[in-house]
Structure formats: structure tokens, C-alpha cells
Design a protein around this ligand. Structure first.
Ligand SMILES: [Zn+2]
Length: 315
């Protein structure tokens, strides 16, 4: 029996948006995440991010198009169940279906309009990454040279997400904005796909005080498989993920760690972890280093507990 997997970030929706010819339901070598690969590797829950490339980032109609594709190309397969509530999460597990969460990566397309935000919540989006790498109307991303924090409208967005029950995601957010969000947010927040800066100093990774803050407030950090965020020189072996895990655990994160692969958002891969069909290889490696209980928490239960606690009760 494969160990159940919960992955908090993939970008397959973006690939489907840009190339409608790609097939999620059948084996497709151009996609890291496909239904056959997910079934092969025992995925229990997958978070699907709505991400628009920078030249299209402001177009709300393409966010809606991504949701249309999510329904028509992904959920249309009976093996998946859309996760909007605590009940959905439970029912997916009971019926041995793959749970499918929907998230937004970068709020550019909302154009500061809270009606757009609320509409996405009503359509089932359950977490919101504030930025991609650069600045938008709400805040600066980690690659924006001025490294500023939130705008007034961006601060309003945090409050509105809190009020609705939309989970805030700090991956990609510049450090100043991170601390502003930490101060303002009344709810735990997540880093869906980021590693430890102390292990691999890269702007996309989290400093120790950020990791400690996420842990203290009850959030979860998704270890990501993006080779340059894992190790300085490529090719990157799977073993290089272990120091990130050990480091976050040393800061008290044993029950605040999960996976956030970034599959289909990457153009280079960790050796042996080239697509979503390979998770059990990683599980085997983890089992050599950690207890069975810790492995299960790391690859599934920590995210599952978090979402069980923070998804809406019902529609
Ligand atoms: Zn990303």
C-alpha cells in the first residue's frame, strides 16, 4: 500500500490553460501531474493553483477560464472530488477519491476588486498566495528590488481573506510583507512551496524567524522540489531535501511540515522526483531516516489536519 500523499502546490492548470491540447486524464509526458501518475503514486489530496504567466497576470477572465478547465479537464474524472469544506475532505477519503483543492497564486488578476476575491471564494478557491515573484497591487514579491510590504489595498485583502476564511499563503512574498501579514492576520497562514534559507540561501526560501513564526501561529510549510531552492549545484539528489526537513524540525516544525512540489511549475527536476508518479520513491527515502508516524505526518497528515481545521464547515 502506498503511503498517502498530500501535495499543496502544482501548476498543471496553467499548462492546460496555455496548451489546451494537453491531456490530464491520460498519460502525457508534457505534464508532471496527470490522473494516471496521481493514481500510481497514491495521492490523497492535490492542491491545484491558478497561476497566470506574468504577461497575462492581470486578466481575471483567465482566472475564470482556469476554473472552467479545473472542472472540465480535472474534476470531470470521477476519481477526483472538489474539496471546498471539511465534509468534502472527509468524503474524499471515505470514498477513496483524490481530493482536489483550488488556490490562487498571485492576486494580480483581482485588480484590487474585493468582489472578484469573494467570487473566487464562492467558486471554491480556498487559499490565496499574495504575489508571484514581482510586485502587484497588493504587495511585493521576493524578486522585487524595492522589497516593500503591503499597499493599503493589500492590507484590506488580508482582512477580507481572514473574514471569508480564505487561507493566506506567504510563498513568494517579500520579507517585509511577510511580517506585515504575520502582524495583521488573525488566522494561521501557510507557505505552500518554500524551503529553508539557512540550508539553501535563496530568496524564495524562508528565514529561521519566518519558519518559527509560521510554526508558532499554527501554519504549515510545504517543502518544495524546485532544484535551485534545494541545493546550489545541480543535478540535485532527493537526499538534499532531508537537511531542509531536519532544519525545520529543529525549529519545532515536525507537525508543521508538508509537501508543496511545484510540479508543472518547474523546468528542472530533482533526480528521481521528475513527476507526480514518483512520490513513493521519496517516501522510501524518508522511511530510512524518520519514524513511520513522522513520515505519514510529513507527506499527508500535517496538511490534512491543517485543512480539516481551516476549511469552512459547509457551503
Ligand atoms: Zn510558485
Amino acid at each position: 500500500m502506498p503511503v498517502k500523499i498530500f501535495d499543496a502546490h502544482c501548476d498543471v492548470l496553467c499548462k492546460l490553460l496555455l496548451d489546451p491540447g494537453l491531456d490530464f486524464a491520460h498519460e502525457c509526458s508534457l505534464l508532471d501531474v496527470t490522473l494516471p501518475k496521481m493514481l500510481e503514486s497514491g495521492i490523497g489530496t492535490q492542491n491545484f493553483a491558478i497561476y497566470l504567466p506574468e504577461d497575462l497576470a492581470g486578466q481575471f477572465d483567465l482566472v475564470l477560464k482556469s476554473i472552467e478547465l479545473f472542472h472540465e479537464r480535472i474534476l470531470s474524472n470521477g476519481q477526483l472530488r472538489f474539496i471546498r469544506t471539511k465534509d468534502d475532505l472527509r468524503l474524499a477519503a471515505e470514498n477513496k477519491q483524490i481530493g482536489a483543492l483550488l488556490s490562487l497564486e498571485g492576486v494580480d488578476a483581482l485588480q484590487g476588486n474585493m468582489t472578484y476575491l469573494r467570487t473566487l471564494f464562492y467558486l471554491g478557491v480556498r487559499s490565496v498566495g499574495i504575489t508571484w515573484n514581482h510586485a502587484n497591487w497588493a504587495a511585493d514579491g521576493v524578486m522585487e528590488p524595492r522589497k516593500s510590504g503591503f499597499t493599503a489595498k493589500g492590507l484590506h485583502l488580508i482582512r477580507e481573506c481572514n473574514r471569508l476564511g480564505l487561507i493566506l499563503d506567504v510563498s513568494h512574498l517579500a520579507e517585509k510583507g511577510f511580517w506585515e501579514l504575520h502582524e495583521l492576520s488573525a488566522k494561521p497562514y501557510i507557505a505552500s512551496h518554500s524551503n529553508a534559507y539557512t540550508v539553501r540561501p535563496h530568496p524564495r526560501n524562508l528565514r529561521d524567524d519566518q519558519i518559527a513564526a509560521i510554526i508558532r501561529t499554527g501554519g504549515v510549510i510545504g517543502i518544495t522540489f524546485v532544484p535551485p531552492f534545494v541545493h546550489a549545484t545541480e543535478p540535485v539528489a532527493m537526499e538534499k531535501l532531508l537537511p531542509h526537513i531536519d532544519h525545520i524540525c529543529s525549529l519545532g516544525g515536525r507537525r508543521h511540515l508538508g509537501l508543496g512540489s511545484d510540479f508543472d511549475g518547474i523546468k528542472e527536476w530533482i533526480v528521481g522526483l521528475e513527476h507526480a508518479g514518483n512520490y513513493q520513491r521519496f517516501v522510501e527515502l524518508l522511511q530510512k531516516h524518520y519514524s513511520e508516524d513522522d513520515v505519514e505526518h510529513l507527506v499527508y497528515k500535517n496538511w490534512n489536519h491543517f485543512y480539516t481545521n481551516h476549511l469552512p464547515e459547509n457551503e
